[in-house]
Design a protein around this ligand. Sequence first.
Ligand code: FAD
Length: 448
Amino acid sequence: MSAYQAKRTPRFNSPAAWRDILNPPAPSEPLAGDHTADFVVIGGGFAGLSAARRLRQLQPSSTIVVLDALAIAEGSAGRNSGFMIDLPHDLASEDYAGQGAAADQVLTGLNRHAIRFAQDAVAEFDINRAFADPVGKVNGAASEAGHAHNESYAAHLASLGEVFEKLDAKDMQAMTGSDYYTSGLYTPGTLMLQPAGYVLGVAAGLRAQGVQIWENSAVVGFQKQGQSWCVQTAHGRVSTPQIILANNGHLESFGVARGHLMQLFLYASMTPELSADDLKSLGGQPRWGITPSDPMGTTMRRIDTAQGGNRIVTRTCATVRQTMEVSASDVRRAARVQRRKFDARFPKLAGVQMQYEWAGHLCLSLNGVSVTGVIEDGVISACVQNGLGTARGTLTGIAAAELACGQNSDSTRYFTEEDKPKKLPPQPFAQFGANAYLRWKEHQARAE
Ligand SMILES: Cc1cc2nc3c(=O)[nH]c(=O)nc-3n(C[C@H](O)[C@H](O)[C@H](O)COP(=O)(O)OP(=O)(O)OC[C@H]3O[C@@H](n4cnc5c(N)ncnc54)[C@H](O)[C@@H]3O)c2cc1C
């Protein structure tokens, strides 16, 4: 194809809480007028900013333009739970174990490469260390079934030679202040992000190095003009030989991989800053992160002043929305479920109202592969992160930049050798079936 038109561009009807709590600077003016660049990156989330940083490393004197439809960290980069996980984290499994030892070892190595890249960015751009805290995370269990999932995951980790620590109910209470969890499995390699703080910091660092980042500048299309591509927004154009598509599920909005991508929305809520009395009755440690022992369970996180306030974040519920938009009632339903999960864990905080309730977008393929590689001459994709988009997004961005510069690496080889995404069953059956399945899995995960 020599012309791509965006069928839709991102829109959210709920706040990006992680961004909001940091009172960030106003976004840039949208792109206007005619520009030229050596590279245009479409999307300024984990993938897009990582691509821009890797391009800057490989070709320091090149001109790089990043265009995002929203403000930086207003998209899913500012809507996730901030677990940048190194280990296998297969959401389609019962216990996160992935595709077998050899594949899991390769993926763990690549995830760690992405985590090191993020930590290097934190050091290089002098980003607040509380926004990327290398403290690890815990898989919490609250039932026999949850404990069994953790045991099975621990056995898998042992077979991979990975370190972990088993926690009992007392340890869990000392950490969270709640007697809800009966056991836990600690792994040390997760980088805990204040996701908006991290991406805003990377964007600021890149700008200081001369990368042009234009916010509220949705790309509505791009087409071949001679040897270059002309990338168009509502008020501006950039002419470039190389485009990196780092726009997550909206890859499909340009007609790429259409009918092969599952557009999934996850939901979360966040308390206001907890009062001194609430904090006293809560007890526990000021920062912790718990992923559920059952992948379809509830993620909980406690953050502190340095990360945007003493708050608790609850993430649960998932819906497939092929239109890439959720309704207000989707967010309300999820908020009701989150409230129940929060109350069950923190009855002491029953009076606390949530300050933020939101949805965010991620993109999966049925066979768990990304769409990272050359789409056609001068157009490279870094999309479809399959749930773990903080690490995988970083990695796809790195790989896309390396491909654009003609470099080979473990990351480029990994993505180049991946299978293509499997075709989805026809709509609307695929969406209906997937949502019925997700509700059933949520029900099965129950206490977790
Ligand atoms: C509630 C929730 C919890 C999550 N928790 C975790 C977690 O703990 N750990 C984890 O690893 N992942 C988590 N995720 C997933 C993670 O947020 C995503 O996978 C990740 O953001 C993907 O990164 P990305 O850069 O590929 O895409 P995005 O972060 O979505 O960035 C893509 C960017 O492209 C822009 N864009 C799209 N179309 C256009 C266009 N036409 N023109 C210009 N710009 C465009 C968008 O505005 C967006 O900013 C969670 C997601 C949600 C919703």
